[in-house]
Design a protein around this ligand. Structure first.
Ligand SMILES: [Zn+2]
Length: 133
């Protein structure tokens, strides 16, 4: 796991700085996650063949969803685990649990004030997107 500085932004509030905990995944790790997702969804689709009536909806949905989720997992180079910092409105230091792709403009929910905070990746440390690995 690695840490990256980010800025938490909320309209009509002063920005606060925070630290994002991220997991950087190499191609073998991403391929494994993609394969597990594809196998799981297609396996569930196979099981759903035996459910009367619902199989008309579930099997095609899971068959299409499998490759879509696999491609999303395969292209997720950096995953966000959590963000530690002060909410711009509450000004209370918190840990914001998160999951999924780490990218500029992600929204985090503050349990204290109920607002959705924008996570801005600082320009100097924005992750490099290249065609390799
Ligand atoms: Zn808040």
């Amino acid at each position: 796991m690695a840490e990256r500085p980010v800025t938490l932004r909320l309209p009509n509030c002063a920005d606060t700085s925070a630290v994002a905990v991220v997991v950087e995944r190499a191609l073998p790790s991403r391929a494994l996650r993609a394969g597990v997702a594809l196998a799981g969804l297609w396996g569930a689709g196979l099981v759903c063949v035996f459910i009367p009536v619902l199989h008309f909806v579930l099997v095609p949905t899971l068959a299409i969803l499998g490759p879509v989720i696999a491609v999303l997992r395969l292209t997720e180079r950096v995953s966000l685990v959590e963000v530690r910092g002060a909410c711009p409105r509450c000004l209370v230091a918190r840990r914001f649990e998160a999951s999924g792709r780490f990218k500029d403009g992600r929204a985090l929910h503050c349990d204290g004030c109920g607002n959705d905070i924008d996570v801005r990746v600082d320009a100097m440390v924005r992750p490099v997107t290249s065609a390799t690995s």
